[in-house]
Write a protein that binds this ligand. Structure first.
Ligand code: ATP
Ligand code: MG
Length: 394
């Protein structure tokens, strides 16, 4: 039996003005992701169809599961839109399944096809009842729901409908810069941002020798997991050691984290300019730690006018952990390597910092030239989900 993958776009097909652009971006992504397989990809306004070799089905499914913009998909059997062929194929499919109750649901977009959908449901149901013993129709809760879509170019018959990744295709929004640490929250934030169609570069602040190469490798591995949802992610590694050491030498202890984060945001804003990114994205979650109270966020955020998107801001840690497990970053995130934030934690970080005090404290050292140096000495690693392009940089 001839099979294809039938993809439904879902949310993006409701975007009237952008619809064609979204569908085109999605089609290009699917073609690019499946370029190593012998496939043909066709699109129309409501569906995308992929013709494939049977041996590749499981591989293709696991790739499709990570493409945003796909709402649901099915593996459909195909025949010509002609009554006898459809009857034969429906029966052939039903014979391969074990079920006690069933229902046939016909959708006829080919109005040339002479039988109305409702009538054809009864015709096809009759064929199955006549040829298979000990079964009955149940229109409410059938064991087997056979969907029959009659179109001009052929008829598609399927039963299992799989959930896709949802969201919008990556690239339908411009770039955002993700602050990627080795923690649980920021990879989840990156995943959720990409799900809205945002293309990502990632930025990692490291503090060698206070942090280790293992910590960097952990971030690369997290980035690699995220890159499976797009084609590649540029990971910019900032040497944060001089700035961090100056902060801890000059700034009063309880304000160190506040100032450290203001410095990170300043660097992020500069990098957004360099890489034409329109937003900073991070894994801050309201109330999780002292630097994530609303008062802290206010004082930290005030160094930039760019939008700061915090996809996990209002999620519980347990909810964030669930997503981390789903996207397979959790086990990497819990590896115990020190991050620059964990190395220099003050005993009692300020929970409600004052703007004036923050400005007074950070003006105790010449941070502007240090920010210039940090950006000039940055390393960029191209991370994909397969190739070890970065190994010589470790
Ligand atoms: P995570 O679990 O993602 O590390 P967290 O709960 O540990 O988050 P913080 O350490 O306060 O929270 O950091 C908040 C956010 O700031 C992180 O989610 C991340 O987006 C960003 N961030 C923190 N440290 C770094 C770093 N070393 N490099 C890049 N971004 C960082
Ligand atoms: Mg952290």
């Amino acid at each position: 039996m001839n099979r294809v993958i039938l993809i439904k776009y879902g949310e993006l097909s409701t975007k009237k003005g952008n619809r064609n652009y979204f569908i085109k971006t999605l089609t290009n992504t699917v073609k690019e992701k499946l370029k190593n397989y012998d496939v043909n990809v066709y699109k129309d306004r409501a569906n995308m169809t992929i013709c494939f070799n049977d041996k590749d089905l499981e591989d293709i499914k696991s790739i499709i599961n990570k493409i945003f913009g796909i709402h649901t998909y099915s593996v459909a059997y195909v025949c010509e839109s002609e009554e006898e062929s459809i009857k034969n194929l429906v029966l052939e499919i039903a014979r391969e399944k074990k079920f006690k109750t069933f229902k046939v649901e016909t959708k006829r977009s080919d109005k040339e096809f002479p039988i109305h959908s409702q009538d054809f449901n009864r015709v096809l149901g009759g064929v199955i009842l006549k040829n298979i013993d000990n079964i009955s129709v149940d229109v409410h809760n059938p064991d087997l729901l056979l969907k029959v879509e009659i179109r001009e170019n052929g008829t598609y018959i399927y039963h299992d409908v799989y959930n896709g990744a949802g969201g919008y295709p990556v690239g339908t929004q411009p770039k955002g810069l993700l602050m990627l640490s080795g923690g649980i929250d920021s990879p989840v934030a990156g995943y959720l941002a990409m799900k809205r169609g945002i293309e990502l570069d990632a930025v990692y602040f490291e503090a060698m020798p206070h942090t280790s190469l293992d910590a960097r490798e952990k971030v690369i591995n997290l980035c690699r997991k995220l890159s499976a949802y797009t084609d590649k992610i540029n990971l910019h590694v900032i040497n944060f050691t001089p700035i961090q050491e100056s902060i801890y030498k000059n700034v009063r202890e309880d304000y160190c984290i506040t100032i450290m984060r203001r410095m990170m945001y300043r660097i992020m804003e500069r990098l957004c300019g360099v890489y034409k990114a329109y937003a900073i994205i991070n894994g801050e979650s309201v109330g999780q730690v002292a630097s994530q109270t609303l008062t802290s966020m206010n004082v930290i955020n005030s160094v930039t006018n760019l939008p700061v998107i915090r996809p996990v801001a209002c999620l519980d840690k347990l909810e964030i952990m669930d997503i981390a497990r789903k996207i397979d970053t959790y086990d990497i995130s819990i590896l115990p390597f020190e991050d620059c934030c964990t190395v220099f934690v003050p005993k009692h970080p300020v929970i409600n910092p004052k703007m004036d005090t923050a400005i007074y404290e950070e003006n105790k050292f010449d941070y502007n030239s240090m920010i210039d140096d940090a950006i000039n000495n940055m390393n960029t690693i191209v991370v994909t989900d397969k190739i070890d392009e970065f190994s010589d940089l470790l």
